[in-house]
Design a protein around this ligand. Sequence first.
Ligand SMILES: Nc1ncnc2c1ncn2[C@@H]1O[C@H](COP(=O)(O)OP(=O)(O)OP(=O)(O)O)[C@@H](O)[C@H]1O
Ligand SMILES: [Zn+2]
Length: 800
Amino acid sequence: MSLFAEVIVDVPTMQTDQPFTYIVPDELLDAIEVGMRVEVPFGEGNRHIQGFVTALSQTSTYEEKLKPIIRMLDLSPVLNQELLALADYMKETTYAFKITCLETMLPSVMKAEYQKKIILKDSSHPIKQYFSENGEMDWQEAEKLGLLNQLKKLRQEGIVELHYVVKKKNKVKKIRYVNSKVTQNNVEDIYQQIDKRALRQKQLVHLLKENTHQPTAFYTKQGVSSTVLKQGEKKGWLTFEEVEAYRDPHQGKVFKKTTALTLNEDQQHAVTSILTAEKKANSEVFLLEGITGSGKTEVYLQTISTVLAKGKTAIMLVPEIALTPQMVERFKSRLGDAVAVLHSGLSQGERYDEWRKIERGEAQVVVGARSAIFAPLENIGVIIVDEEHESSYKQDEAPRYHARDLAIWRGHYHHCPIVLGSATPSLESRARAQKNVYQLLLLRKRADPDANLPSIEIVDLKEEYERKNMSNFSELLQAKIAERLEKNEQSVLMLNRRGYSSFIMCRDCGYVLPCPNCDISLTLHMDTKTMRCHYCGHEERIPQHCPECGSKKIRYYGTGTQKVQEELQELFPAARILRMDVDTTRRKGAHEQILQKFAAQEADILLGTQMIAKGLDYPNITLVGVLNADTALNLPDFRSSERTFQLLTQVAGRAGRAKKAGEVVIQSFNPDHHAIVLAQRQDYETFYEQEMFLRHQSGYSPYYFTVKITCSHQEEQVAAKKMFQIAQVIKSGLSPQSIVLGPTPAAIARVKNRYQYQMVIKYKKEPALSQMLKQILNHSQKDQRKGVYVAIDNEPVNFI
Ligand SMILES: Nc1ncnc2c1ncn2[C@@H]1O[C@H](COP(=O)(O)OP(=O)(O)OP(=O)(O)O)[C@@H](O)[C@H]1O
Ligand SMILES: [Zn+2]
């Protein structure tokens, strides 16, 4: 009997975007499965490349010229039937290649360079003879010995495991004390040799004698600087050693068990509705619209608890949990070890370990950011998308999927309900609820019976300037901060960075330092004392003279969080201020540390960027200040009002969540803008109506669908020419009701040395469009070799 495998190969081009048939060699007949990765020869030169097996069959139409699979790369399928089908759906809706979709679903460590090791779990098994003393075997070794078939079975029996080890990553430096040089007897001699003032070195020798082989941080925490450590190495008292780190991101952390709260009427209604759908195996979509602090999280927790008790699993998506460690804590505290956590704040290795827990069925709840929607769970009972309006759910590179859409797809597959939660739902979702496509569930008041929504005041910055207050803090805000300090209550202050950054300009000639690769100015970063490009990462020193005219009058413009912090400290010398922005949170775990300090009330004021707008639930916050509400309002994006309204409502919602009443001060240059006025009233309903009216008039989502096409090339004419060609094809194929915007240069005309041209199609009904777009992608293959890239973004969330 012969067996044939359909393989999607790792060559992302249109010609190869289909399965290729390979012969399964005899030695793999029993082992191979759909969803495994294999190595196959490809093309004229029989290059060895990786591929995914998507089907197996006993017959093939072109038996003669087929090549055999070289080897298998997994012991068990890495993608199940559901995820393979999801890849097909993604490919159809995002205009991406199938291989790109398949690879996106796996943790990055499985795509990156890694070593594969087989680990022996049961050392009494005779297979032991092939393993090293520490119970490991290299994958290549196993392959050479022809053991893979046997190991596959042993893996199913739990006798061996397969681990991916990232090369060179996840290492911590530990220090080993070199005993030979220092013994109990000669410590005193050594002390004699040490310079009398070098107390730190003495301390180090002592520390090392008691505690050898600790991470460097252990010593630095006790006051030994890294210079002293290096001297120690020089003198031969210690050596540095790289050790593989243990990869539990929450290692050593104790989560205090919590129990379910008594739900209020609205919450109870929400939980019951969702669970009824679950019981009926009904894949209904619920829009849980609950004001800030209304206890949406409690609804999620109790729904998931019930689902788990029935032996099912759950996915809970959050925008970016690195920013909201409190969310992880709430889930772990309630649901314990059933929870796996996936987000970008983890190292590759940690993420892979969490993924493995899910795959082996050891974790039943996945809490994670966008890509957690690919969690290999079986038997899903509910899928929740918290803060469903967040644009981070859309991936901005291929495949350009929206996690909310994939959540709904998986819900249908598992016949389970999907819950979209938000205090400020996206207009798209709310419009669907209006039409009863989704079922609307409302939480109308704050969950804590003693809490109320905060009162919000708006300060007109124009008036403030007329009164010659050039400070970042209006008189009103200053007075309110002072009050809080007096009462020992906490304040949260937000500097809105969207559409806004600090740059340097020459006062004599007006020259602004640009990025050499992109058409945008460089941003000042005070922590590293450098100028940086946020698009390509280019970095250079802050110039002393103007590169254009040589003048020394270089000045900083725009307000960095650090500058604001200095000003704040001057105004309130006694205030304890914490700052949270990209500069203070670069280090792993830094977010969490800052928030822990704030939670423990070791600070009076938390000053930060948008990062602080979400999730914080601390009872002692009674004041929220927004320093500049409107920087994003003028961005050339039809969603800028919606985003501003959402952000202001979110951040205002951090105040007064428990007994103590909350107040909010919003400083703005556009106090009459509807996004700001309605955020002040916390009136989502009116905002929804007004904004829907505007969208209807200007022909945008949710009344129209949109597709964005971008062409880029190193030469501007080439990118433009290609874009105009495509526009012509599209225009000739569209119905007269549809609208084409552009082609125009993109808002940032050049990024990473590539010029970008774009066009946007707005349409209500275009049955032929999908086919047209696929053809455009198809034709663009030829151009790709000439360096012209064409990208199609279906329902873009980003127009800049
Ligand atoms: N039924 C309840 N009774 C008393 N307190 C509750 C109840 N439900 C939730 N809470 C408390 O109310 C506070 C706010 O709840 P939660 O953080 O879940 O709100 P949320 O709707 O997710 O808010 P946001 O969207 O602003 O983040 C929490 O401290 C929570 O413990
Ligand atoms: Zn750049």
